[in-house]
Design a protein around this ligand. Structure first.
Ligand SMILES: Nc1ncnc2c1ncn2[C@@H]1O[C@H](COP(=O)(O)OP(=O)(O)O)[C@@H](O)[C@H]1O
Ligand SMILES: Cc1ncc(COP(=O)(O)OP(=O)(O)O)c(N)n1
Length: 267
């Protein structure tokens, strides 16, 4: 039997913790067939971003159609999309496919380095967010999307509703990793608010958590899981990946994509 096929459209992380590398590891681990379109080649590691090389938008278009004219796409996720030209190409392509679109609105790396300039962030909000089945902002990204501060859980809930009702996303998952206390995320699916809560793990090794989480949701959706269940299972996957994260590199280390396997084997 053929596997479920899932595509990531994102930038690279040669140190393997975030970006396309994290997405593909997640897809593989969750047993979906992973495919990738590179938007930007990023010289980065656990300490930060050194340099970036953006691919021309015409070449991103070529990669997208090379995949979709030949392969099934059962779900797609996007990560780093650095400029308007790329965003337009991706928007046009997304409109040609019939599959859930999970958008991680990547703006800033954990190191604080910007991955998408401010003017382009506004374009993303106006043109790509309305195409998404689900958008997965962290707290700073939610603040940028809504142009106001998000300080506590009530703000997160309101924000999730607003991202759907005012910005036009199909659903919004506002992630609470950047707040204090429990690690709580809120999903608004257009009808209901759902919360997903886990203990906060005392670890600085959280490089690539957002990429891994959205990739896991995309993998589960490619296999036909409904949105809420895909988020619940994705949260379980990312929490295990943080709990068993690796103390690698001189900065904030990467998460462990084998973790769920390990928890299953050791339980
Ligand atoms: N220290 C932590 N312990 C447990 N879960 C965490 C921790 N940090 C982040 N998370 C969870 O990891 C996921 C990614 O969150 P977040 O850090 O907000 O996004 P991003 O990686 O995009 O900045 C969320 O489910 C969040 O609740
Ligand atoms: C190429 C690339 N894409 C995205 C990120 C940001 O990753 P994210 O999962 O949000 O994790 P943090 O780096 O914020 O922990 C990246 N660094 N590089």
């Amino acid at each position: 039997m053929n596997p479920a096929c899932v595509l990531t459209i994102a930038g690279t992380d040669p140190s393997g913790g975030a970006g396309i590398q994290a997405d593909l590891k997640t897809f593989q681990e969750l047993k979906s067939y992973g495919m990738s379109v590179v938007t930007s080649v990023v010289a980065q590691n656990t300490t930060g971003v050194k340099d970036v090389h953006h691919l021309p938008d015409s070449f991103i278009r070529e990669q997208l159609f090379a995949v979709s004219e030949d392969m099934p796409v059962h779900a797609v996720k996007t990560g780093m999309i650095a400029n308007k030209e790329m965003m337009q190409v991706i928007k046009d392509w997304v409109q040609t496919i019939d599959a859930p679109y999970i958008m991680d609105p990547v703006m800033i790396a954990q190191s604080g380095d910007p991955l998408v300039e401010q003017e382009e962030q506004i374009y993303l909000k106006r043109h790509l967010v309305p195409e998404s089945t689900l958008v997965t902002p962290n707290i700073p990204e939610t603040e940028t999307l809504l142009n106001r501060r998000i300080d506590h859980e009530e703000d997160m809930k309101e924000a999730a509703v607003e991202i759907v009702e005012q910005l036009g996303a199909g659903a919004a998952l506002v992630k609470g990793g950047h707040l204090k206390g429990k690690a709580v995320d809120f999903l608004y699916d257009g009808y209901q608010l759902h919360s997903f809560e886990e203990e906060r793990i005392d670890s600085a090794n959280t490089h690539g958590t957002g990429c891994t989480y959205s990739a896991a949701i995309a993998a589960y959706m490619s296999q036909g899981y409904p949105l809420t269940q895909a988020v619940e299972k994705g949260k379980h996957f990312v929490t295990a990946a943080i709990r068993h994260s690796f103390d690698l590199g001189k900065g904030d280390g990467p998460t462990n994509h084998f973790a769920l396997r390990r928890e299953v084997f050791h339980s």
